[in-house]
Design a protein around this ligand. Sequence first.
Ligand code: G6P
Length: 585
Amino acid sequence: MCSIIGYSGDDIAAPIIVKGLRRMEYRGYDSVGVATESNNQIELKKGVGKVEEVNSKVNLEQLPGKIGIGHTRWATHGKVTDANAHPHPSTSGKIAIVHNGIIENFVELKENLKNEGFIFQSDTDSEVIANLLQKNFELSKNVKDAMLKTISELKGHYSFIAMFENGQLAAARFHEPLIIGVGKNNYFLSSDVLGFIEQTDEAIYMDNGNFAIINQDQIQILDFQGNEIKPEITKVSKEFADVYKGDYAHFTLKEISEQPETIFKAGENTKNSIKAVSDYLKHSRNIYLTGSGTSYNASLVAKYLLAKYAKIKSESIISSELQFSPDSIEPNSIVIAISQSGESADVLEAVNIAKKNDCKIISIINSMTSTLSRESDIVIGMNCGPEIGVAATKSFTSQLIILYKIIQELNGDVEIDLDEISSSISKILEEHNNIKKIANALKEISDIYVLGRGIHYPIAIESALKIKELTYIHAEGIAGGELKHGPLALMDDNVFVIIINPEDSTYQDTLTSAREIKARGAKIIGISDKESDAYDYWVKIPKTSELTYPIAETIPIQLLSYYCALEKDTDPDYPRNLAKSVTVK
Ligand code: G6P
């Protein structure tokens, strides 16, 4: 998703801004740009491509001045072109803006501004902000009033930073993230703490519906009615600065490989919260789980576990779907929101709907300082460290461990052996040569199906998602029993089917499915602790307890997707068109 950044201080702005943009690359983007102010003049450079490419082409870092703004764009309105890249100057060139989000009423605003003589150079919705600010600043000659008037005219979800040619920065937050870093002699504005964490660990988390004005060493925070707000400075955990690949070729591989350790940290130090969650679950009539992407898939596992081990009924709802059926949530219920980033717009919207229905919000989050964290009644931390690879890996297994801990709290007979889980993951990671060979066999394939039953069905869905994200191969998760109700028609010798088949109560039925598929010519990859002649390729997982299997079978698929991405020469860390934090609806 788009990242925005701003700097005002004693140092030359452009190199600091470019560094911040590099650190936020993981959020996903297609173009980049920087604008700075010096001697009451705004200069701007931008282009399509990665920060490194654009910087070496146009020398972003050499822009002069100690005040600046920067942006990485993830296209929503208008193609990926240099002209559509941010920053966008206003018609006079006296104001420049960077924006994350969507201005829903941009068509009418643009039409009106054009009629008044303003000139537009891009197809973006964002450019209206620059021209509206120019218009309102020319009327009021005052940044605060110009911001208040502009904000009152915008509809949609946004965070933006505006730089005025007099060197003032102004930034507004409305349903998109915006954090202020407070240094000794400088201020940073950023979509993510990673944008400034190397410079300062003191931050102001702006509330929704607030804006800030930075005038050299002075900061003022106001709400959208113009009332002044006292800023609250928070210390950000330094752990967030740890975003280097180390010896690994990619963040994705690093994050997959960290799982033998990260699982120990999931839900750590939140024993009381886990107890509180279990008390809520025991006493609530209606329980809903919600999330997007991988986090939604974790909610499907949770639904299964709650029913089987705690005899608690729950419903999983895709976060983006809730707005179309808000009545599917009963008032005064429990809603468990799962989100690695805590910033996914769809999840925040679902939580908003739930809160309007007086629901209690329990969140499972990695980024504890996120918006979702602040919207929740109880928060349980994944604590797995920054996840930079766009496709979720270690956060998924951490989510499962937290869910297991909740189940254990609800049912004392459930045992979770973290040592066993960790050593199973380590053993599978050692299997990487076998998995690399299978990845090579998959590289020309256009369709992969992943089949599982019971608790392995959500894992099949998550596996298909991982394959799609990392390899761009069409993949689909199938509930084993559904094979005969449609998917069997697709089976022929061009297809690979991954069978998730540990030796548990689902084993025999799933093996029968494998044979039925094999009889139609498709190749079978069996993920199992038991070898079978039904498998053309066998990925061995250790024999474990029932709750370890979902994690054990997830690891080979993460590795397979990663190595297949390498075979296909795609970038596993930044898959095309995808973003890590989807902060727009
Ligand atoms: C994006 C990411 C996925 C992630 C999903 C939900 O689509 O690419 O990897 O699963 O968002 O993200 P969240 O931060 O809410 O878990």
